[in-house]
Write a protein that binds this ligand. Structure first.
Ligand code: UDP
Ligand code: MN
Length: 298
């Protein structure tokens, strides 16, 4: 069942996965209007949707957009940037936001880059070409500034639409920081998709990317509540593109230094029976420690 609002900017809102095709056909005209100007000189090539899972990272976004646009234009990659902004009050869900971005862009684009907003590629030999044979992990272990284990596929990952659909996208069970990318690795492995990585890169973990991540200012939400710890360590064979529940509340076309990007304001729905840890606010584990300076005098 799908609820479509007819708004001045003709925007659809969706309550479930099955109605996305209705929306995407209406989005065709809207997306291509903004998109045409970006790809004028490179038509005929496969089109890349940069999908950025996002919440409260405005400073990073202001750096990301000009940097990525220049970087991709140098490689003549036809692309458009989609900021998938989580506006509900549940914990951040990177994987579900990527699913939303994919469902929104799949009719008009050939491949996606799931792309952290704070990870800027510096080495021009990191190529964002169409990943014809299998997922292409740009932020590879050994190159990523922080994560260096062989099965790591987070940060920046390119997939053609068919491959993302083949694994039913990402799990929707990962609220809060971590593990959603590791679960996605198992999805790829299960269908025997080989992950490719950049070759012959002469830079290393300190100079391949700029990770604009201040750990004190941008605290990772590592809280675990209810049975999250156990449940998120398992491969999820149930949830993904075909189960995601969300509503796109509205859309903004934002211009940063003259570059147009699309912001989707997304309200994710949480089924508290299956993933109660989407909200840990009333749980023991997430109570803040008393701070010394605020203790009452006896
Ligand atoms: N993110 C966000 N807001 C948040 C948490 C995460 O926008 O509150 C997005 C953002 O794109 C970020 C990515 O999710 O780059 C990964 O999160 P983070 O950088 O905290 O994790 P890291 O990979 O650096 O450990
Ligand atoms: Mn980061």
């Amino acid at each position: 069942m799908c609820i479509i609002n007819i708004l001045p900017f003709s925007f659809g809102s969706c309550k479930c996965a099955d109605c996305t095709s209705t929306i995407s056909s209406r989005n065709d005209a809207i997306i291509s209007k903004y998109y045409d100007s970006v790809v004028e000189n490179t038509s005929g090539k496969k089109k890349l949707a940069i999908i950025v899972p996002f919440r409260d990272r405005f400073d990073e976004l202001l750096k990301f957009v000009p940097h990525m646009t220049k970087f991709l234009n140098n490689q003549q990659i036809p692309h458009h940037i989609f900021i998938i902004n989580q506006i509900d009050r549940f914990r951040f869900n990177r994987a579900s936001l990527i699913n939303v971005g994919f469902l929104y862009t799949k009719e008009n684009f050939d491949y996606i880059a799931m792309h952290d907003v704070d990870l800027l590629p510096l080495n021009e030999n990191l190529k964002y070409d169409y990943p014809i044979d299998g997922p292409f992990h740009i932020a590879a272990p050994g190159l990523h500034p922080k994560y260096n284990y062989p099965t790591f596929i987070g940060g920046i990952l390119l997939l053609k639409n068919e491959h993302f659909e083949m694994v039913n996208g990402m799990s929707n069970k990962y609220w809060g920081w971590g593990l959603e990318d590791d679960e996605f690795y198992v999805r790829l492995k299960d269908v025997k998709l080989k992950v490719y990585r950049p070759q012959n890169i002469l830079t290393g973990s300190s100079d391949t990317f700029n990770h604009i991540h201040d750990r004190a200012h941008r605290r990772r939400d590592t809280t675990k509540c209810f049975n999250q710890k156990e449940e998120t360590r398992k491969r999820d064979t149930k949830t993904g593109l075909n189960t995601i529940k969300y509503e796109i509340k509205n859309r903004n076309e934002l211009s940063i230094d003259g570059i147009k990007v699309t912001i989707l304001n997304v309200d994710l729905k949480c089924d508290k029976n299956s993933t109660p840890w989407c909200d840990c606010s009333n749980q023991e584990s997430s109570k803040p420690m008393p701070r010394k300076g605020l203790r009452k005098k006896k």
